[in-house]
Write a new protein. Structure first.
Lengths: 281, 303
């Protein structure tokens, strides 16, 4: 009978390791919420930083991050969705489509700082965009592509083949089938993929270090060719580069960034599970 | 079907042709991006190799102000931090994947999976911030070392950043093991525990290897968290206590120094040179990881 005790002990241990993965993460979130709550106020969110960032708020950094995320979305959504449609609906399993898949896997694996250098080399210097929202958003968009494509492709492939057959049998062309049948059915999955990609873009620091981020710029950007502050970079700056920074403001900034990213994460999860339950096939 | 006026049909056909061509182009764009990235890294990085002598480049001192560009301490720093991370993340990740897939009751699975996804979404700068303010002081006090910003601190954080990748890929691998394997194990009189470790996990071996490789790729490329908690001292990690001393990784070196170098200088080229190394390293890791994925798809039998 002793081997059943081994099993019990083993299962308990596995449960403990799962806890060892999850609990520290909850501690991180909990600590940041508890320590950061005190700093959060209307003024903190909507005011310009002042007194060498030791006073005031994080408004320009927050706006900068939102603008960057928006810019990333504008570039990444058409490319990502188009690429997904090609992979899921047009590409046959040849060496070409394998190359595309390999490219996607590699894009997903390229270190974020390497994206940063690429953005600096191509967009900022070669295409002479300068350190600007445009250069940053383009860099971030390429980085988010693999996330969008892999999630959205799953959504397209989940639509049953019969849908395509029926559309074709009614005289619809391939594109009409995709446009009016497949895409609407897969939309929730595509949206989930887009949000997951964008939340990565919103939280990343390394790709924007040399392409867009401003150390301290207490005004809002006026055009896509302006630099801007951004939340993740701002958190890095105030926690490592500015001596004597009040801990309260550091935790507050971390909390706002965390809340932004986690709420996007929550939205993606809710959309996915809601539509999965409502789906009739 | 109602006959369409010919002109209209032709117009619709043209529009469709253009749309499909566009989709094709977008499909191929990802290959283009990979090539573009490599091209621009080469463009800015290759000059390093004729500006800096090989003995300097593979030397043991990275002091750009004195024209010393020895990448060895950075390579070893990255390697040490990554190995530490994997040593922590491998057992934790595989055990958690086994728990989630094979053992956990439904409710526990419903709680664990979204939580692990949340972990994947925490920005690295936030984890680095937490590491600086909470973990580093803890390590300094419990171990009595001069600074808590050490290889171990970085490895620990990286392990948690690699965990979501490792867990989800390993879980998929376990999922791909057919139910008949488990049934056969149980029918032989083995306990579920024995079946898991002697049948299911060995059958999922190649997928678990992929999981670890992908986790490793993430760990090598991580920048912000590592830069904030490993102390950034470019020294050769040869002594035994290196694990609890500061080190400096390739990624952190680029992030910390690129902002201050003059464009076109040797130092600037050298940082791009490091980026080339990073690109090739992660490319290689992902290639190996991907080849196991493709092999599984081709064989198809195991499902």
């Amino acid at each position: 009978m002793s081997r059943y005790w081994v099993q019990r002990l083993g299962f308990a241990l596995l449960g403990l390791t799962a806890l060892a993965v999850v609990v520290p993460m909850l501690l991180v979130i909990g600590t940041i919420v508890v320590e950061g709550m005190g700093a959060i106020s209307w003024e903190f969110i909507t005011a310009m930083p002042s007194d060498g960032m030791k006073e005031g708020g994080i408004f320009p950094a927050l706006v900068g991050t939102l603008l960057l995320t928006l810019g990333t979305a504008l570039v990444a959504i058409p490319i990502g969705v188009g690429g997904t449609i090609y992979l899921a609906e047009y590409a046959r399993d040849t060496w070409v489509s394998r190359c595309i898949r390999l490219a996607i896997i590699n894009l997903a694996g390229i270190p974020s700082i390497v994206y940063g250098l690429f953005g600096l080399g191509m967009f900022v210097l070669f295409l002479k965009m300068g350190t600007s929202i445009l250069a940053g958003a383009l860099t971030l968009a390429i980085m988010t592509l693999p996330v969008i494509i892999s999630t959205a492709e799953e959504a397209l492939r989940a639509v049953p083949t019969e849908f395509r057959t029926v559309s074709a049998s009614l005289g619809g062309t391939r594109w009409q089938g995709i446009r009016y049948i497949i895409l609407p059915q897969a939309l929730p999955g595509i949206i989930t993929g887009v949000i997951l990609g964008l939340l990565r873009a919103a939280g990343e620091t390394a790709p924007i270090l040399f392409t867009v981020a401003a150390f301290f710029l207490p005004r809002l950007p006026q055009s896509p060719f302006d630099q801007t502050m951004a939340l993740p970079y701002h958190l890095y700056v105030i926690s490592t580069q500015v001596p004597g920074m009040p801990l309260r403001i550091q935790y507050g900034t971390a909390l706002v960034l965390l809340a932004l990213v986690l709420s996007m994460n929550l939205a993606a999860t809710v959309i996915r599970s809601y539509f999965r339950r409502r789906r009739q096939w | 079907m109602v006959a369409q006026p010919r002109a209209e049909a032709a117009q619709a056909g043209w529009r469709e042709f253009i749309i499909e061509a566009l989709i094709r182009v977008l499909g191929f764009s990802t290959i283009g991006f990979v090539l573009l990235i490599f091209l621009f890294l080469l463009r800015e990085g290759v000059p390093t190799f004729y500006e800096v002598s090989p003995s300097n480049l593979f030397g043991t001192h990275w002091y750009p102000t004195f024209d010393l560009f020895g990448t060895l301490p950075l390579l070893l720093g990255s390697a040490l931090v990554t190995v530490t991370a994997i040593l922590i993340a491998l057992p934790l990740g595989v055990a958690t994947a086994v728990f989630v897939r094979e053992v956990a009751p439904d409710w526990a699975r419903e709680v664990l999976k979204p939580l692990i996804e949340v972990l994947a979404g925490i920005p690295s700068v936030v984890l680095g911030f937490f590491g600086m303010h909470v973990i580093a002081p803890l390590i300094r006090e419990t171990l009595g070392v001069p600074t808590g910003l050490t290889v171990f601190t970085g490895g620990l954080l990286l392990a948690y950043m690699a965990l979501p990748t490792i867990i989800s890929v390993a879980e998929d691998a376990l999922d791909a093991v057919p139910k008949s394997f488990r049934d056969a194990g149980l029918a032989m009189g083995a306990t579920q525990w024995q079946t898991i470790w002697r049948v299911v996990v060995p059958a999922a071996r190649s997928g678990i290897t992929t999981a670890v490789l992908l986790g490793m790729g993430r760990a090598i490329g991580e920048t912000m968290a590592v830069m904030m908690v490993t102390g950034n001292a470019a020294r050769m990690p040869f002594t035994l206590d290196s694990l609890f001393r500061p080190a400096r990784t390739m990624t952190a070196t680029i992030a910390a120094e690129m902002g201050e170098v003059a464009q076109g200088s040797t130092h600037y080229h050298a940082l791009f040179g490091i980026a080339i190394i990073l690109f090739l390293l992660t490319f290689l890791i992902n290639l190996v990881a991907a080849s196991t994925i493709f092999k599984k798809q081709r064989r198809g039998g195991l499902r």
